[in-house]
Structures are given as C-alpha cells and as structure tokens.
Design a protein. Structure first.
Length: 583
C-alpha cells in the first residue's frame, strides 16, 4: 500500500489508501451494486417528476385540469419513495457491514499484537481506534456516501436536462462554480489538519480517562480528584478548542455555499420570469427548470459535508493503518509438545526493555520435573521479567529456554501457553460471573461438578456457595465485589481446572492478610503437587522447602541452592531471612 510523506515525518493517507483498505476487507460488492441500481432508478424517477410537472402545468387550464398527468406524477412519486427507501437501506446496510468487518479485523489484530505494543500505547487510545475511528468510517459509508451517490446522479442528469431545456438559463448557474471551488480547496486542507488533530486529542483523552478511572480508588485515597479534574479539563479544553475551530470552518463553509446557490436561484428565477413575460419560455418549463435547480442545489450543498467527512475518514484510515502495519505476535514454532516430565532450562538469558539498559544478564536455571524452584531477591531485580520470557511475552536478546531438548521458540505458541498456569499477586479477574471467570480460556467443556471440584480444591467453594446466585454471581469490574483472598482462590481454582504442566506463582500471597494467606497457601500447596513449579516470593518463609532457590540481584543470579545452602554461603540471603524472622 502506497503512502505519501508529510513534513512531520508521518505518512499521509490518500483516497487510494482508503479504497485499498476497503478492498482488503472483501466487502460484499453485490450489495453495493443492488443499492446503486435502486438509487439509479430512484434518481430516474426523481428526474422525470419535473418534466411531468411541466406537462401538467402547460396542459392544465383554469377550467380543464389535467388529471391524467397528476395520476402519473403520484405513481412516479410513490415509486421514487419506495425504491429510494430500499436503495438507501441497502447502501446503508452495505456501509454497516463494511464497518462490522473492519472492526472484527482490527479487534482480531489488536488481540494478536505483542505485549510490547501495549507497553508503549495506552489501552484507551487503541479502543478509540476500534470504536471512534471506525465509527467515522461508518458514518461516511453508511450515511454520507449513499447521499453522495444519489446526489451525484441527480446533479449530473439534472445539468444535462437543464442545458437541453434552456442553455442560457443553465449557464447562469456556472457563474458561482469557480468561486465555490476556490473556497473549497483551502478549506478542505484545513479540514484535514483539524480532523487529524481532533481525532488524536480525542484518542489521548480516551486513553487517559480509561487509565484514571481504572484506578479511581487510588485517586480518592490520595485526594487526587482536583488534580485529575484539572488535568482532564485541560484535555477537554484542547478538544473543545479544536472542535470549535472545526465547527467554525464548517459553519462558515455551509452558509457561503448556500448563499451562493440561493443567489444563483434568485437570479435564474428573475431571468426566467422575464423570459416567460417575453413568451420565449412557458410557465411549465420555468417550474420544471426550478425543480431541476433544486436537484442541483441540494447535492452541491451536501458535497461540502461529504468531502469534509472524507477528510476525517482519511485521518481515521491513517490511524487504523498505523495499527494494522504493526506485526502481530510472532509464533515462530509450529510443533506441539507435551511438557509432562520434561526439564525446563534457561541458558544465559539476556534481555532489555530499552536498548543498552539490561534487565537480565546471563540468567541460567534448571527446573526439573515435579520440582519447585524459587526466585528471591530485591524488588526490581528482574524476577517477573523471567516469568514474562517464559510466557513468551517477549523474546530474549540472547540465550534460550528449552524444555527437554527442544527450544520453546520451536513450539506452537498456543500449545505452549495452554500447558502453563500463571497465578500472580493481583490475579486478573474480568467483569462477569464467577462461572465465566472459571472457564475463561479453557478448551475443555466443564460440567458444574467439575467447576465445584476445582473450587473445593482451591478452598473457594464455601464462599461461592454463600452467594445467593453462587457461580452465576456478578463480581463487578476486575472482581471488585470480591476480597483479595477470594480473587486469589478463584484464580487458583481456574489454574486447577486448566491442569497446567508448568505452574508459575508470582507473589501469589504477598498482599493477603494472614487468614487469607493461610487458605491460599494451602490451595497452592495442593496445586503444586506433581507439577513443575516456579515461584517468586519476597516472603522467604514460603519458599524454604523449594528444591532450588535462585537469588536475583540487578538482573543476575548471585547464588543458588537449597535454603540451608544459601543460608551458609549467601550473606544477603541470610540477612533477608534473619530480618524477616525478626519482623
């Protein structure tokens, strides 16, 4: 797809790029053709009405009204109404179906993007592309474009008929055309810039609002309402300023065009009355000419809105294309692999989120089947990054991770992830019911008995049964209606139902009270049986029985061994344990 360049270094989308985007969606061309044909017939009926009206006026007298012509006009009018309704519906259905496909395509692409994209872009901005920008394209295709098609048809044939009827009067209309063109060209360029700015600012505001509202409890507990209100008002005012400027341009443009058109209409009407008085033009021809003139004025007035909408749609296309150009998450492997009873090995892993700022340096570890290895050390040392590499959210800069003798990059991504269970400190819970959260991501059909068994293994069945709706209980956004311990136990129940071969626990009990921690730890102990388990923990008491403990400092392994071995040979580990025992 070809893109022009702008001085600011961004790519400049053209009409051809917009059309290429539509072609890539495999739209239903038959719907468009049917709608266009119906619109053509409607326009033909609309074009016939002034001629029929001329005949009615010219052949009717005060004492002899031409009723047959009136009946024909009524029939044509009804035909125009019915076919116009059908044609408009089909064209609008076509527009809605195009945008539906575009949204499905963009949504699927967003879900396949790597984690690095979401690290660099606010979720609200991406959702704005999915909802707002596609909505602008929908307005163009489902509303403005059908009006443009029918208007263009009426304009073209009305002009031909007008010249055939009376070329002298028709020529008067073209006095204002060069003036309108001179006005439209610079205004069109202004609309492009304003459209891009307005969409960009709206997306940024959407992103910030989504981020702030998701952490509304932090805002309230920190008395941050006034600060956030001021920051939000600043964004709102920027959008308002651009929107007002956009409205000002449109407000100036529309009256100018309408004034020019009405001036032309008044001039033609005056000239026509003079011609009728001279006897060189019949009254019926003047009426027909004026009716055709409305067929010209209406579309020309709407064309300004249409071209303005096109500019906005081009801006939306540019932003959508920016996302679509991003490479999806790479699935380098096509092989499937059963991870049961296989050793997981990391060899000299190096990784950095930002170039020349290493997070992990020469990390190596071995996790044998049905064993527990733990990662301990100061916060920010890189422990959670190791888990992110194991989940294949990121690719290591160098080094590799193997399962058995196989590089995990050679294994199909979905096959790899379906055999891994991950329980974090803040377990992800979606809005919806408990049942929906339990079965999320599971490919196997689960019966109620299976779900209750999973809940009981996680010591979660009791509190779920206490809810009036039990598993059908709505738990609110991010599980806000549940306590931290309840959410953790639901996450563990989900891990039981998933039956992973490799289990990863990231500070799974760190933020819980002692009672909840005890229940969650019991559930985790049960979950870890006969699984290869990797644990991150600040509370060293929870990992003293691990088969191997790796102490991570500043992205490096500074020691590993059993708890007793590290107590003897790793002074910082021993200091950590001693301090926690004292506390």
């Amino acid at each position: 797809m070809a893109f022009g360049s702008r001085k600011d270094g961004k790519q400049n989308v053209k009409i051809s790029d917009f059309l290429d985007l539509l072609k890539s969606l495999n739209v239903k061309k038959s719907l468009f053709i049917i709608g266009l044909l119906l619109s053509l017939v409607t326009s033909a009926a609309n074009l016939a009405l002034p001629l029929l009206t001329r005949q009615l006026v010219d052949t009717s007298k005060w004492d002899n009204f031409n009723y047959s012509s009136l009946v024909i006009i009524i029939v044509v009018f009804v035909l125009q109404l019915v076919l116009g309704t059908l044609g408009g519906y089909v064209l609008r259905y076509f527009g809605e179906s195009v945008v539906k496909t575009l949204r499905e395509w963009l949504w699927a692409h967003l879900l396949k993007l790597p984690v690095t994209y979401f690290d660099a872009n606010k979720v609200g901005e991406s959702s704005s592309r999915l909802v707002n920008d596609t909505g602008i394209i929908k307005d163009l295709l489902a509303s403005q474009f059908p009006n443009f098609i029918t208007g263009a048809i009426q304009l073209f044939f009305s002009l031909i008929i007008l010249f055939v009827m009376d070329w002298e009067m028709a020529t008067l209309m073209f006095v204002v055309v060069p003036i309108v063109v001179v006005i439209l060209l610079p205004v069109g360029r202004i609309m492009v810039r304003l459209g891009r700015k307005l969409q960009a600012e709206t997306a940024k505001f959407n992103g910030e609002v989504s981020e702030k509202l998701s952490e509304v409890r932090l805002i309230k507990s920190s008395n941050g309402e006034k600060h956030e209100q001021a920051a939000g008002n600043h964004r709102i005012n920027k959008i308002f300023t651009i929107g007002v400027l956009d409205a000002r341009v449109e407000a100036v443009l529309q009256p100018i065009i309408m004034t020019l058109m009405m001036a032309a209409f008044a001039g033609i009407l005056a000239f026509g009355i003079i011609r009728v008085g001279q006897g060189s033009l019949t009254s019926g021809s003047l009426v027909a000419f004026l009716l055709y003139l409305f067929n010209v004025i209406g579309p020309v007035a709407n064309f300004a809105t249409f071209f303005s909408q096109i500019q906005k749609a081009l801006g939306s296309t540019e932003r959508i294309q920016e996302i679509l150009r991003i490479e999806p998450e790479k699935n380098l492997g096509q092989q499937t692999c059963d991870l049961t009873n296989k050793t997981l090995t990391a060899q000299n892993l190096n990784f950095s989120y930002v170039k020349n700022e290493p997070v992990l340096q020469s990390i190596s570890f071995v996790s044998r089947p049905n064993s527990v290895i733990a990662f301990a050390g100061p916060s920010g040392g890189g422990k959670s990054t190791i888990f992110a590499l194991l989940e294949r959210f990121y690719q290591p800069d160098s080094g590799k991770i193997t399962i058995g003798e196989q590089d995990i990059q050679d294994i199909d991504l979905a096959n790899w992830r379906c055999q891994i269970g991950y329980v974090s400190q803040n377990s992800a819970i979606f809005s919806g019911t408990i049942r929906e959260n339990l079965v999320y991501g599971l490919t196997k059909k689960m019966t109620d008995e299976d779900l209750w068994h999973g809940l009981s293994l996680a010591y979660a069945d009791q509190f779920v049964r206490e809810f009036p709706d039990q598993m059908e209980t709505e738990i609110g956004e991010r599980g806000i209606k549940l306590s931290g311990g309840q959410k953790q136990r639901l996450a563990i129940a989900r891990a039981f139902l998933r039956d992973p071969k490799i289990l990863m626990l990231d500070e799974a009990t760190a933020s819980l009270d002692s009672e909840s921690e005890g229940k969650v730890q019991q559930a985790l102990d049960k979950l870890m049986v006969n699984r290869t388990t990797l644990v991150i923990a600040h509370r060293l008491a929870t990992i003293v029985n691990a088969d191997q403990i790796y102490f991570i400092e500043h992205g490096k392994v500074t020691g590993h061994g059993t708890h007793h071995e590290l107590m003897q040979k790793h002074s910082l580990y021993a200091k950590y344990v001693t301090e926690q025992m004292v506390n």
